[in-house]
Design a protein around this ligand. Sequence first.
Ligand SMILES: C[S@@+](CC[C@H](N)C(=O)[O-])C[C@H]1O[C@@H](n2cnc3c(N)ncnc32)[C@H](O)[C@@H]1O
Length: 289
Amino acid sequence: MVPFHLEKGRKGTASDSTPMKDLVENRRRLPLGKKIKLATEVIRQNGIVWTGCLGGYYLASAVADRAFAAMDVLRKRNNLPGVNSASLNKLIWEAWDWQAQGEEWTPSPEWKQSVIDHILRKHMPAGGNLVEIGPGGGRWTDELRQIGAKLIAIDISEECLRVCEERFADCDNIEFVLTPGNELPGVADGSIDAIWSFDVFVHINRAEVEAYAAEFCRTLKSGGIGVLHHGTTGGASGGWRSNMTAESMIEVLNAAGLGIVDQFTSWTDGGHEQQAGLYEDAITVFKKP
Ligand SMILES: C[S@@+](CC[C@H](N)C(=O)[O-])C[C@H]1O[C@@H](n2cnc3c(N)ncnc32)[C@H](O)[C@@H]1O
């Protein structure tokens, strides 16, 4: 196996991104007398209604944290799919408003350009036969179709395919294919140079990832490359992530006969550190031997 590195990115959990939460933790450490004095002063300065809202906020954030932790425990104990089964993914992404074309997940134009320059263009061969899994509103499709001689865009959502067909109506090198969520239908054996999927495998559970890994092995040419963006913590870090971890992604790809080229959560571009995504997401690059 080719050596790889997993750089730990910023923590970015759902609770970390809630700035008021630290105040809740601090408040718990105050002795009762000081708490009463503080509450009295807050009411005196802000009135009972505003203070009631503040109390409601503290209570709701504590309940939300406990609910999230309980969901994680229940999901693991009872092997629940969360919102990441193929049928739920289909329902969710059929109903999504694609007006922003997926750019709502782009933190900055610089980040997107860095993904294109340092990851997409590095691994997607010019003039190759490419597959994109989960194009959504076409956020990466525009770049991929310019690089590849041919691009097969495969999605579980008919609405995504409709939106992309409309957006790329003038392009004659893209084929749009509907998948049940674990197959690359109609893609010929050993015909593909590279596979790209961003912000998709973060939502796909292990059973479907295993089926896809077998499909990667079937459809890639020898030496063909795949780039997958995915979660690393089994759904524990928020963002409605799949049950995959960084380690299980490697395990699943290796079990399908694919070698790991690299795995990372961040990269450096012009002195700036760029993150693969929120919630400790990673990017795994793999190769068919
Ligand atoms: C968050 S969107 C990302 C879209 C696009 N890749 C982007 O980065 O903007 C998730 C996409 O994955 C697709 N998807 C979800 N589960 C899938 C599955 N099992 N197989 C193929 N596509 C899937 C959705 O329909 C949607 O297009």
